[in-house]
Design a protein around this ligand. Sequence first.
Ligand SMILES: Cc1cc2nc3c(=O)[nH]c(=O)nc-3n(C[C@H](O)[C@H](O)[C@H](O)COP(=O)(O)OP(=O)(O)OC[C@H]3O[C@@H](n4cnc5c(N)ncnc54)[C@H](O)[C@@H]3O)c2cc1C
Length: 445
Amino acid sequence: MNIEHQDGAHDPTRIAIIGGGVTGLTTAYDLTRPAGQERYAVTIFENAPALGGLAAGFRGRPAWEWPLEHFYHHLFLSDRAMLGLLDEVGFRHALKSYRPNTAIHAQGKNYTLDSVSRVLGFPLIPLVDRVRMGMVIAYLRYHPARPWRRFDKIGADAWLRRWMGRKAYEAAWEFQLQGKFGDSYQEVNLAWFWARVFARTPKLAYFDGGFQAFIDHLAQRVQQQGVEIFTNCAVEAIRPQTDGGYTVVVDGEARRFDQVLSTVSPGAMQRLAPDLPAAYLGQLARLKSMGAVVLTVALDRKLTKDMYWISLPKREGIPFLALVEHTNMIDPSHYAGDHLLYLGDYLPPDHRYFEFSTEELLDEFAPHLVKFNPSFRREWVTGAWVHKAKYAQPVPPIGYLEMIPALRTPLPGLYFASMSQVYPWDRGTNYAVELGRKVAGMIDA
Ligand SMILES: Cc1cc2nc3c(=O)[nH]c(=O)nc-3n(C[C@H](O)[C@H](O)[C@H](O)COP(=O)(O)OP(=O)(O)OC[C@H]3O[C@@H](n4cnc5c(N)ncnc54)[C@H](O)[C@@H]3O)c2cc1C
C-alpha cells in the first residue's frame, strides 16, 4: 500500500513487527536497507524489557563483563545465514570458534561420540553395532541427494532402531529424542534427525560479549536505518480493517499499519489474530512444541575437568537432559571468575518444574552434580538463576512438510514467522536469520 504523491514520491509502507527476537530484527534490517531509501516505515513491538527473545542474555551479577544467555547458546560453523548477516553488519570479528568436548553420559561415565574413531571405540555396545551406527550416520551425513523430503514421511525412532540396530540406537540416540520431544518422540520424523546429523559441526562458535552483543549490534543498526523499537510493549490484538491494513492494539491503544509480521508462538498467534481463516487457525492449533526449563548455576570452581556439553539419559536417574559447563568453552574471567553451568530440560508446558522457584529447582538438581564430580559440595554453589520458556522446541512429526503454516497468511499483508516454520533444520538463530530474510523478501516482492 504505497501511496503515490503527485510528484511521484511514495509514502513508506507502514510495517509492524511483533517480537524483537532474531527473526523480527532481521526482517526489520532487510526492509530498511540501504539506509536512506525509506520505502518501509518499520516499528518493532517487543513484550520483554530487552530485545533478543530466546537468544537474549542476562547479567547474573553486576561484575560479569559479558551477559550470559538465559538458555545455552552456540553456533555451528555451518550456520551460513548467520555468518552472511554478520559480514553485512560488520560483526563477524566478534564471533570466535571453539572445539569443546561434548559427550553422552551412560552407566556413570561420559563418552564422546563426535568422530568415527570415537564411535568405533564406544565400549558399551558390541563392535558390530558400533560399525552399524557409524555407517548409518555416514549414510545420512554424506548422502549426495540430501533426501530429507523423503525422510519427512518416515519416523526417526522406527527407522533408526531398524538400521542402526536396537543396541546402538538405545545406547546413544533414543534418550536424546525422548529428552527433546517427551511423549511425542516416536512421532518425530527422520528429516529432523537427518538435518541434525547433516548440518552440525564439532567446532562451535560464540560471540565475544555473548549473543546479546550481536543482538544489541543488530538493534543499533536497524535503529540507525530508521526502525522504531518499543520494548515492554505487549501487542494484544491484530485486527484487519475493512479498508485494508491492520490495527495493532498495544497496551490498549490501537495503531494503524499497512502490513504486519508476527514472530510470536503459534499459540499466541491464534489469540492475537482470531480473524484468520479457520483452516489457518487449525494449522496453528495442530503444531506441537515443548517448553524449556533451564537452571544456571554459578560455582566457585569447575565441576567437570573439560566437558562443555553432556547429554543425559533419564534412565541414569538424573532429572535434566543436558549439563552444559559454559565456562569450559568460554573463559570464566568474563563472568568475574564464576564457573557457569546450565542444567536444562525440554518439558511439556504443564510440567511441575514450570512452577518451581530457583531454590526449589536447585534443591532438585544439585544433589546429582556429585555424579559428575564426586567431590562436589553444595557450598561450591555461589549463585543460581532459573529461566523458563513455554514455547522452546517445535515437534516435527511424520508428514510435517504439509502441516507447516505458510509465512504469508491468508489475510493479505499479514505474515507469521516462528520456529515451527523452520524445517527440516532444528530451530536456531541461524534459521531465525534465514526466516527473517525470507519474510522480508516476500513483503518486498
Ligand atoms: C533451550 C534453548 C536452547 C537453544 N540453543 C540454541 C543454540 O545453541 N544456538 C542457536 O542458534 N539457537 C538456539 N536456540 C534457538 C534460538 O534461541 C531461537 O531459534 C531464536 O532465538 C528464535 O528467534 P525468533 O525471533 O524467531 O523467536 P523469539 O526469540 O521467541 O522471539 C519472539 C519475540 O516475540 C516477543 N513476543 C511474544 N509475544 C509478544 C507480544 N504479544 N507482543 C510483543 N512481543 C511479543 C517475545 O518476547 C520474543 O522476544 C535455543 C533455544 C532454546 C529455547
